[in-house]
Design a protein around this ligand. Structure first.
Ligand code: ADP
Length: 490
């Protein structure tokens, strides 16, 4: 796995959860999995007991020779993790950018460097993988390098590549005339069926064009991105339709479990839900809200990003002030969204609490202490937060899109099926109606308990998805073998 994020070392969003968990399940199936990450400053070498390997390697970024070291440790005591350490690119406070939410100006160089360094690291440690699984645009160049600059490198002749789209709106698109030489590709590779993408050099396009297999994180999103949600990539994806897999992410229930979560004031489970009330009290206290069991507490933990539906959330908060509700929001990112939310907190201090940082313990306390969870995303590749909410018996209110559509079904009063409240048109009215709908359900303890029980019973564990991943890896290996035979014959 080559990725820019991985729990527990570095996390910005769901990508980190996937890369930190999937390998554990593959390992359980007997596979030899290893992870390559950038050594960001935030990754604590002492805490993770990082050991330095005896290599001093270099790769070229443009005309510059960039040197790097490899540090290593084990995830879960048995999965080797290799960190690419380079002071210039990764020894800074942020991951993708600074606090203002604006990305670093040299992200292009940073991930060209990382992709090249990852390839060299694999060779240095003498680990010849069957599959290099690349995640998101930061690693999109790796499949392209293996089929162009490294096409004659026998070390990789039996190595397939998979490129996984975790979010199609982050593509890494840059101007071609400077990026091509900086990345070390030739103009020959800059064709519409290869690196070129509407007159730009696009890292995601590189991954999509060259990887043996493409995947994304839910079946519905896999379909959506071949159409209106493709962000320009729909045609590329349609051309590769046969190679596109949509596999739902799982969550790590050993970590996201209210029964043994030590971030909570009290633990609870589906069969002993009484203590959830204590978690609610605790959250209300923490937010300076009136402590009242009857008040409907709505939580939200999210990146502040347009994708997540904050235009609807900000509007809806004003429209539901007549209800007996309290809303607690935790997030970071876009400063306009942040300021809009902080203004609401200022207007309604007794009903709205906004926390604007990355705060892992508080996120757990919100999942546990809230009654319902807001996730009205415009689009959602998979989404983990709604699945985590289910595990904490907290009812997700979601838009029917992507992975939300695959994991949450609308509760029916008639036959009491369904694990959440779903609206199916991205409109303010629909969203407000769905919150009111959830609010009304909450007033009926019998129905609400049934709904909570349905949430607890929902199971999106990796055990289910892992079989599909193995099937995908096998397909990738078969494809690569066919490609190698073709190369040799040529
Ligand atoms: P995305 O990957 O698009 O950000 P997901 O729902 O897939 O969305 O994953 C989001 C993950 O990040 C969840 O585990 C959520 O709890 C976590 N998260 C998001 N923002 C914060 C924050 N400010 N503090 C703590 N955890 C957060």
């Amino acid at each position: 796995m080559v990725s820019s994020e991985c729990v527990p070392y570095v996390k910005v969003g769901g990508l980190a959860d996937v890369v930190g968990t999937l390998p554990k399940y593959l390992k359980k199936q007997g596979h030899d999995v290893r992870i390559i990450l950038p050594k960001y400053r935030i990754i604590d070498g002492v805490k993770y007991n990082l050991k330095i390997l005896p290599y001093r390697l270099t790769v070229k970024v443009g005309k510059e020779q960039e040197s790097f070291r490899i540090k290593t440790c084990f995830l879960d005591d048995n999965i080797p993790v290799y960190f690419i350490e380079n002071m210039r690119y990764f020894n800074r406070l942020g991951i993708y950018g600074d606090d203002s939410g604006i990305g670093y100006g040299d992200n292009r160089e940073r991930y060209i460097f990382f992709s090249k360094a990852a390839i060299e690291a694999v060779k240095a440690i003498m680990f010849r993988p069957d599959v290099i699984h690349c995640h998101d645009w930061h690693t999109g160049l790796i499949p392209a390098y293996l089929k162009t600059t490294h096409a004659d490198d026998g070390f990789f002749w039996n190595t397939s590549t998979i490129y996984t789209i975790h979010n199609i709106s982050y593509q890494g698109s840059f101007e071609a005339p400077t990026t091509l030489p900086m990345a070390g590709f030739s103009w020959e590779d800059y064709k519409s069926d290869k690196l070129e993408f509407y007159n730009t050099f696009n890292f995601m396009k590189a991954g999509l064009a060259y990887a043996d297999i493409i995947s994304t994180v839910s079946p519905t999103y896999a379909k959506e991105i071949q159409g209106v949600a493709g962000n320009g990539m729909e045609v590329v994806l349609q051309t590769r339709k046969k190679d596109v897999f949509g596999i739902l992410n799982g969550v790590d229930y050993s970590y996201w479990n209210p029964e043994n979560d030590n971030n909570l004031i009290a633990n609870y489970s589906a069969s002993n839900v009484e203590n959830k009330k204590l978690c609610k009290k605790y959250l209300q206290g923490k937010c300076d809200f009136a402590i009242d069991e009857k008040t409907f507490v709505i939580g939200c933990v999210s990146r502040f990003d347009e994708q997540k539906g904050f235009d609807l959330i900000i509007d809806a908060i004003k429209k539901i002030q007549h209800l007996n509700i309290q809303i607690v929001i935790l997030g970071s990112g876009n400063t306009t969204i942040r300021d809009g939310l902080l203004y609401l907190k200022h207007l309604y201090p007794q009903k709205v609490s906004v926390w604007t940082n990355y705060n892992e313990p508080l996120s757990h306390q919100i999942y546990a202490g809230a009654d319902a969870f807001l996730m009205p995303s415009k689009f959602e590749p998979c989404g983990l937060s709604q699945i985590i909410s289910l595990a904490y018996g907290t009812i997700p209110i979601v838009n029917k899109t992507g992975g939300l559509a695959d994991t949450i079904s609308n509760f029916s009063k008639d036959n009491t099926s369904g694990n959440g409240v779903v609206f199916d048109l991205y409109k303010g009215e629909q969203f407000v109606d769905s919150i009111i709908n959830a609010y009304n359900l909450y007033q009926n303890k019998l129905l609400w308990n049934k709904l909570m029980n349905n949430a607890f019973l929902s199971n999106y564990s990796w055990d289910k998805s892992i079989k599909q991943y193995e099937n995908m890896y096998n397909t990738a290996v078969e494809k690569r073998t066919a490609y190698t035979i073709y190369q040799i014959q040529k």
